[in-house]
Design a protein around this ligand. Structure first.
Ligand SMILES: CCCCCCCCCCCCCCCC(=O)SCCNC(=O)CCNC(=O)[C@H](O)C(C)(C)COP(=O)(O)OP(=O)(O)OC[C@H]1O[C@@H](n2cnc3c(N)ncnc32)[C@H](O)[C@@H]1OP(=O)(O)O
Length: 192
C-alpha cells in the first residue's frame, strides 16, 4: 500500500520561490459569502442533512472567515467536538481559499494542531489565509477561535491547521464519480 505521497509521508513546508498571487476577477469581495462547492457538499452544502453547514465569507486580501455551530451530533470526548470533525471543518474552510485565485483544487495534505477542548454548543470562528502558490500547489492555513476575533481582540486560538491544495482539471478528476453525486444534475447545469 502506498503511504503518503510517492511512498513518503509529506510534511508541510512553504517553499521560498512562490509565484505571484492574483485575485480572480470573479472572486467574492471582502464580506461576501463564497459560493458553495455544491448543495450536497458535506462541509458547506445547505442540503447535506448530516453536513457541517459552515458559512464561509471572503476576507481582505487572500483570506477567508467562517463560522460553524458545534452541534451535539459532532461530539467526540464528553461534551467536546470530535477531532475528526474539526479536521473536516478545517479542510472545508481552507478549500475555499483557492477559489479567491480561481480554479478547482483538491486537498493533497492536511494537518491539525489541537490546543484546547472545544465545547459542544459553542460557535467556532475561523480565519483562513492563503500563504502562497507554486505552480498548481496552494499553501493555506487556518486558525479556530471560540469568539469572533473581528470583534474580540482577546479571542483565544483553540486549534490551527495547514493544508496543501493542488489544482485539478475538475471535469477529468470527477469524470468517473460525478454520476454518483446527489448534486450531479446541479453541477452539470452549472458547467453548462
Ligand atoms: C465535474 C465538474 C465538477 C465541478 C464542481 C467541483 C466542485 C468542487 C468541490 C470540491 C470539494 C472540496 C472538498 C474539500 C477538499 C477535499 O477534501 S478534496 C478530497 C480529498 N483529496 C483528494 O481526494 C485528492 C486525491 N489525490 C489526488 O487526486 C492526486 O494525488 C492530486 C492531489 C490531484 C495530485 O496528483 P496529480 O494531479 O497527478 O499531480 P502531481 O503532479 O502528482 O502533483 C502536483 C504537485 O503537487 C505535489 N504534491 C502532490 N501531492 C502532494 C502531497 N501529498 N504532499 C506534498 N506535495 C504533493 C507534487 O509534488 C507536485 O509538485 P511540483 O512538481 O509542482 O513541485
Amino acid at each position: 500500500m502506498k503511504i503518503g505521497y510517492m511512498g513518503v509521508t509529506s510534511t508541510f513546508v512553504v517553499p521560498d520561490d512562490l509565484d505571484a498571487l492574483t485575485r480572480h476577477p470573479k472572486a467574492s469581495q471582502p464580506g461576501e459569502p463564497i459560493n458553495l462547492h455544491h448543495t450536497q457538499c458535506h462541509g458547506c452544502g445547505d442540503d447535506a442533512p448530516e453536513g457541517l453547514h459552515i458559512k464561509i465569507f471572503a476576507g481582505d486580501g487572500f483570506t477567508v472567515r467562517a463560522r460553524m455551530l458545534v452541534e451535539p451530533r459532532m461530539e467526540g470526548g464528553p461534551g467536546q467536538i470530535h477531532g475528526g470533525i474539526l479536521a473536516t471543518a478545517f479542510d472545508e474552510v481552507m478549500s475555499h481559499l483557492p477559489l479567491l485565485v480561481g480554479g478547482h483544487c483538491v486537498t493533497a495534505h492536511l494537518q491539525v494542531d489541537f490546543a484546547a477542548g472545544i465545547p459542544v454548543g459553542s460557535t467556532l470562528y475561523f480565519e483562513g489565509r492563503l500563504l502562497g502558490r507554486q505552480r498548481r500547489k496552494l499553501y493555506t492555513e487556518v486558525v479556530a477561535y471560540l469568539a469572533d476575533p473581528l470583534v474580540d481582540a482577546g479571542a483565544e486560538a483553540v486549534a490551527s491547521g495547514r493544508a496543501l491544495f493542488v489544482k485539478i482539471d475538475s471535469a477529468r478528476h470527477y469524470a468517473e464519480t460525478l454520476a454518483n453525486s446527489k448534486a450531479a444534475e446541479q453541477i452539470s447545469r452549472r458547467r453548462g
